[in-house]
Design a protein around this ligand. Structure first.
Ligand SMILES: C[S@@+](CC[C@H](N)C(=O)[O-])C[C@H]1O[C@@H](n2cnc3c(N)ncnc32)[C@H](O)[C@@H]1O
Length: 297
């Protein structure tokens, strides 16, 4: 395969992407040409919040073609277009052959949650000290155990009694929290998500781990649960406060993640009106700038 590398200003990214697509590029990727410099621009915004900028000042576009001739032909055609005037051709080069599957797999190692509880990709053997193991490969849905928010929830599950309890995993992604609850003895588990792909992924992962749970869309929520877990993000968690608190059984635990340290007070305040007297949402764990917040209802 050969790659065609281009440099362009923010307002040409879309038209170049469309043109490369029409020229049968196998893939087109766009990166910040100023990454790792003072001019680097963050483009991430929380759900519901606008991103800080619509695009990068200068983008580096890399398009893959099956051979050198098609990459060069695409370069020649693009250079002849009016919209290419402020753009630059950086080069055409061969992409070295790699074992992409092995390369991807090498980035996912077993993740330790506690010394005896591990998340292990199927291409690895579980470590000798692992007593409880979830087998999980990275897929379309979030939740491989590598993110601090997931890890803190998993740690909570592993260190609190969930045996024989009903559990709600709201925003289940890959289903990792629901599967962990099942591994630690929870018996009646609802794993729900607004994303159909997450629901499908949860079903497959549960089956692969030999556990029983119900995966579905949020309207499948039913009754009250002694444990309600939700690892989403601060903004949706605030919106979901009435719904999530209403689903926690009396004396049950609400466990929330996806919250940055600086958002903890904001979350406590948003949940306060929905909690019984004497109960509060407080920080129970922290990792890498994220916090886990819990309340007993
Ligand atoms: C950060 S992932 C968490 C996945 C997994 N539970 C974990 O702990 O790794 C958040 C998930 O919540 C889902 N989600 C976002 N907003 C939601 C909402 N309002 N109701 C239900 N699920 C939601 C997303 O589709 C995503 O799969």
């Amino acid at each position: 395969m050969h790659e065609l590398r281009l440099l362009c200003p923010e307002d040409r990214v879309e038209v170049l992407g469309e043109a490369l697509d029409a020229l049968d590029a196998l893939s087109v990727s766009v990166e910040d040409a100023d990454a790792q410099t003072d001019a680097e621009r963050a483009l991430f915004g929380e759900p519901g919040m606008p991103p800080p900028a619509a695009g990068w000042q200068r983008s580096r576009i890399v398009a893959l073609f099956p051979d050198e001739a098609s990459a060069r032909e695409a370069a020649a055609l693009l250079r002849a277009q009016d919209f290419f005037s402020d753009c630059q051709l950086l080069g055409v080069g061969e992409v070295p052959q790699q074992d992409w599957v092995r390369l991807t797999q090498s980035q996912f190692a077993p993740v330790e949650i506690t010394p005896s509880f591990w998340i292990v990709p199927t291409w690895h053997e579980p470590p000798a000290q692992a007593r409880e193991v979830i087998r999980l490969d990275p897929g379309l849905a979030f939740g491989t155990g590598t993110h601090p928010t997931t890890r803190m929830c998993l740690r909570w599950i592993a260190t609190h009694p969930v045996r024989d309890l009903r559990v709600l995993d709201y925003g289940c992604g890959s289903g990792i929290l629901a599967i962990a609850a099942a591994k630690f003895g929870a018996t009646d588990i609802d794993a729900l998500d607004i994303d159909e792909a997450a629901v499908a992924s949860t079903r497959l992962n549960a089956e692969a781990n030999g556990v029983t749970l119900r995966a579905g869309l949020p309207d499948a929520v039913q009754g009250h649960y002694p444990v309600v877990l939700a690892n989403i993000l601060a903004t949706p968690l605030k919106v979901l406060a009435p719904l999530l608190t209403a689903r926690v059984a009396t004396g049950g635990a609400l466990v929330l993640a996806g919250i940055l340290e600086r958002q903890a007070d904001e979350l406590s305040a948003a949940y306060a009106p929905h909690l019984p007297a004497g109960s509060a949402l407080t920080v129970a764990d922290r990792e890498d700038g994220w916090v886990l917040m819990t309340a007993t209802l």
